[in-house]
Structures are given as C-alpha cells and as structure tokens.
Design a binder for this molecule. Structure first.
Ligand code: VG1
Ligand code: CO
Length: 543
C-alpha cells in the first residue's frame, strides 16, 4: 500500500561537488533521506515506466537507505530496478551498468573516501542516463524542490532481499539483483590488452600490490587482477569491504594509504603499487620508490594512450579540472588535440565526453577516467598503467622520468586545511577576492602576475555558466596558486591550496617537490593570510 507522509523541508539539502554528503546521524533524522529522494525523483523528469540502477559503496546505512529508495521508487512509477548484490556497486561500476542497460539513471550511495560507520559520513547522488553525475541544473532543481517539500510517497511493505542475484517482483515492478563486478570486469577486458597484462603479472618477476583500503574495490580488484589476470593471491590487500572501512580513511594518498606507501618505498618493495578510495573512483599510482602525482598520471596516460587497444586510434581531446596541473596540456599540444579546463567535479566532464570532444579526463584529486563511462575510474587507471608497463617493459620510475625529459615537469602540490571554522574560511576567500582586481602585472616576490580571477566556466556544449569555481593567481612563467573551498566536506570548511611551477631545464627535473615550491607556498600564505586568519601553521594533508 502506498502512503503519503507529511514532512517539512531541511535547509541543508543542497548537493555539493558530488551529491549530498552529511554525517550518518543527519541522514538518520526522520524524513531526511525520504525528502531528498522525493525531491530527486521530482527533479529528474518523468520516472514512469523507467529503469533505475541503485548501489553504493557498502558503508554503514547503505542497505537501509536502499530499502527506502526501493519503496519510494515503486510509488514514483519506476518499472524496473537494477541493484548490486548486497546493495554494492562501485561508482564506476554503477556508471557502467546505467549505460549498459540503458537505464534512466542511477542512485549512488557513497561519501567516497570520507570515513564511514555510525559516527562517519553518508552520501547520495543521482546519475543521469549517460552514466554521469547529474549536471548543476538538476542538482540545483533537487535542492529547490527539497526546500518546498511538504510530503513524500512511500510503499508500506516488507524489505526486499538483496542477498541473492536474480529477479524478484514488488507488485509489478521488476527488481534485478546483479553481480556488482561482472559487467564492469567485462568492460575492462574490452578496453585493455588483458593477455599482455597477464603475461606481465605472471612473468615470475613482476610484483604488484593493490590496496583496497577495506572499501568497495576489494571484490573488483580480486576478480580482475587475481582471477582474470593471474596476479598472485595476496596482491590485493585489505580486500574485504567493511561497513566502517575498518575505521580507516579510504583516501588513496600519501597520508592515508601509508601502509602501501611504506611497502613501495622499502628496499625490496614491489614494482607497482596502487590504491583506490571508498567508492572506487579514485586511484593512486606508485612505482618502486616513486609516487606519481595524479596530474602527471593523466599526462602520462595521454602520452601513452596509443599503446592501449581502446585508444589506439588516438584521443579526441583531454579535459582537466582547473586546479589540476597543466602537465596534460603539454601532451595535448604535442598531440595537436584540444585541451579543456573545467571546474572541480566530474559532472563537468559529461557534456564534453557526450559530444565526443574529449577521450581522457582527470583531476588532481586522484581521479582519472575516459569516455568508457561517465565517472572517474580507479581500477581503469590501474589497468591502464599495467598495460603501459606490459608494453614498454620499463619501470614506473623510468617512464615518469622519460616523460619529464620529453615534456618538461610541472611541480605540483596541494595543501589542505581541514575543519577550519566557516567564518575564517569565508574571511580568507574575501581577503583574496578583494586583492584580485589589482594583481595583474604586479611582481610578488619576483613572480609577475599574468592574470588573477575567480574562475568561471562556460560549458561549450550547453552554454551553461558556473561561477566562483576557485581563485587563481597565474604568473607569467606559467606557475599558479589556486585557492578554493571543498564542496564535499561535512564538518566546518576545508581550504585547498594548489601550487604549481613549470620546469623545462633538464638539470632541474628531479628535485623534491615541497622544496622546489617553497617560495610559492610562502607567497600563498602571504596572500591569503592562512596563518594569521586561521592560526594554522601547517596543512592537515599534503598531496
Ligand atoms: C573533491 C575533489 C574533487 C572530486 C570530488 C569528488 O571535491 O577535490 O576533485 O571530484 O572530491 O570526488 P572538493 O569539493 O572537496 O574539493 V569523490 O572520489 O569524493 O566522488
Ligand atoms: Co570517490
């Protein structure tokens, strides 16, 4: 029986960079999730007789939320649901499934790398028919509807079973519980040269480690790397997903993936190491004794794309988020293809990929992907690297060094200041904003400002405009300092400072990043007043 439940708006339901993310206890408030889901179903258009994909990263509250969404989907007219077994789907797998089954869209339950568990975070976002995150026009419409909501519709019935694959019915709505890994694994086998990768992984010398960080990619990595590609059992570590990610912080970077980093930098460390995040869309790439920055990784994948079966015919173009280093721009120039600069967040790449203007996309925040789906894709990036290593028969370190020698190096770092009081963060951004107009042409500690603005993006496909996407101060030698506030945090504000310097001198390509960038780092603090306003003397996380 369907029931109408009366409810009142919650003022904090505006989606951020990647959907609505809040503390679990916020989602556990009466009507909170239901309100958002109803606003979502109302915002996305005619849901009558449509197919909806549902899945999440398996964190605490995943299955509870799915049961609610199922009971609301039926009343909102959906004809068929496709749900990952046990409610699991990595973000890239969800994108793959939406596209493969021609679904109307999907609901992804994840707060990515944010800690999980009763005291952790939860999140929900809607992906459209192309498999990608809903554009701002839709996320804004969801928010507006959530602010006017007075009731929602839900079926009063028993929970469905998520534990076995197969088809069941809720009245006349068909529900297919699918293997969360199979479709995705098949897609990967279509893109990459699996026999070549298998030969590398089984040559008796090559050693690899993949850290799933107790999150969603465990089953994917085990199936693909160990089972299909023959990597030794135990290649995948922390491979059983847990509802609280074992109390960890599944963000694949030098700080949070410390166990892997230590192994990779040990004298007898493996040749290749990688990690993924809570929902499987991020990747970290390491070689023995070397960390590849995500910005460099994008550039290196682009420069080697012709080695991969799916990209053999060349790339249409490359896109990167604005704060991502300009390393890929150099490759695009050499390949004579277009380069696009978008705001932070994968939702801005969708139009470019749909219009066939770009093939590869990347963000400095450990996100890389291509037009095979419409989300960033952690394991895809790992397989891309393995495919390159298998063909080139060189070490990660050799490949990176040769890349710098050929294209020059973009020294790059990001400094995050987490959980600073919102008023301080706003004060800091205002202080920068006020300075912008007079900066052009000025010399700051020897760096001459080429231009300084608050980035706004004009989407060349649908002509939409996104404003206030980050303050950037760009110098005549190509170096940049960028400031923006995170749109995924759930507590206070997070300031991100992105610093980049360009080096073409062959004698200066192999210096330590923080040392090389120290003048620009100091300048960033001077301009923004980070220490004086926040009282913080050091970043929380450096990547
Ligand atoms: C961060 C990253 C951004 C990424 C987003 C979602 O956003 O900077 O590049 O797209 O997370 O990634 P923000 O607004 O906090 O800087 V994920 O892996 O959380 O879906
Ligand atoms: Co993620």
């Amino acid at each position: 029986m369907s029931t109408t439940i009366h409810s009142q708006p919650f003022i904090d339901q505006r989606p951020g960079t990647s959907g609505l993310r809040k503390r679990v206890r916020v989602f556990q408030q009466k009507h909170y999730l239901e309100n958002f889901v109803q606003a979502m179903f109302d915002a996305i258009g005619d849901t009558e007789n449509q197919t909806l994909v549902i899945g999440g990263d398996g964190r605490f509250y995943n299955e509870t939320a799915i049961q609610t969404i199922v009971k609301m989907a039926i009343v909102n007219g959906f004809k068929r649901l496709i749900i990952g077994q046990h409610g699991l789907l990595s973000t890239p797998a969800a994108s793959c499934v939406i596209r493969k089954y021609n679904a109307f869209g999907g609901v992804i339950l994840s707060a990515s790398h944010n800690p999980a568990g009763q005291e952790g975070d939860f999140g929900i976002k809607f992906n459209i028919r192309n498999g990608g995150p809903a554009p701002e026009s839709i996320t804004e419409a969801i928010y507006q509807l959530s602010q006017k909501i007075s009731s929602y519709q839900i079926m009063d019935c028993d929970d469905i079973s998520l534990s076995e694959t197969g088809t069941q019915y809720l009245q006349d709505m068909q529900i297919d519980i699918i293997d969360p890994v199979a479709d995705y694994a098949e897609l990967m086998a279509d893109i990459f040269d699996f026999p070549a990768i298998r030969a590398l992984l089984c040559n008796g010398r090559f050693q690899m480690r993949f850290d799933a960080m107790h999150a969603i990619t465990g089953p994917y990595a085990k199936e693909i790397l160990e089972k299909r590609l023959g990597a030794e059992t135990g290649t995948v570590i922390n491979g059983v997903p847990q509802a609280d990610f074992a109390g960890g912080h599944p963000d694949p970077n030098l700080t949070y993936a410390a166990e892997l980093v230590e192994e990779m930098f040990a004298e007898t460390g493996p040749d290749f190491g990688a990690a993924s995040d809570g929902d499987g869309d991020r990747n970290m790439i390491l070689g023995h004794g070397i960390f590849v920055t995500p910005s460099d990784s994008l550039a290196i994948l682009a420069a080697n794309a012709e080695l991969i079966p799916a990209y053999q015919k060349g790339l249409k173009g490359i896109a990167r988020s604005m704060p991502t280093s300009q390393a890929a721009d150099r490759v695009a120039q050499a390949l004579n293809i277009s380069m696009y600069e978008t705001p932070t967040g994968w939702k801005f790449f969708g139009n470019l990929m749909d219009a066939d203007m770009v093939t590869l996309c990347g963000e400095e925040s450990f996100g890389t992907g291509s037009n095979h789906i419409r989300e960033k894709d952690g394991l895809w990036a790992v397989l891309f690297w393995l495919n390159i290593l298998a063909i080139r028969q060189q070490s990660v370190s050799e490949i990176v060094r040769q890349h710098w020698q050929k294209f020059g190096r973009n020294y790059y770092t990001r400094h995050d200041y987490e959980e600073i009081p919102t008023e301080f963060a706003n004060q800091l951004i205002e202080r920068l904003q006020i300075q912008l107009a007079d900066l052009k042409g000025k010399s700051l500690n020897g760096y001459i400002v080429d231009y300084a603005d608050n980035f706004s993006y004009h989407d060349p496909v649908d002509n939409s405009i996104a404003e206030n996407q980050g303050i950037r101060i760009c110098f005549t030698d190509g170096s940049r300092i960028i400031f923006r506030l995170s749109g995924t945090g759930t507590q206070g504000a997070t300031l991100r400072v992105y610093i980049e310097a360009i080096e073409d001198n062959p004698d200066k390509l192999f210096e330590d990043t923080q040392t090389r960038l120290k003048d620009l780092i100091a300048l960033a603090d001077e301009l923004a007043g980070i220490k004086s306003i926040t009282g913080r003397t050091a970043p929380t996380v450096i990547t």
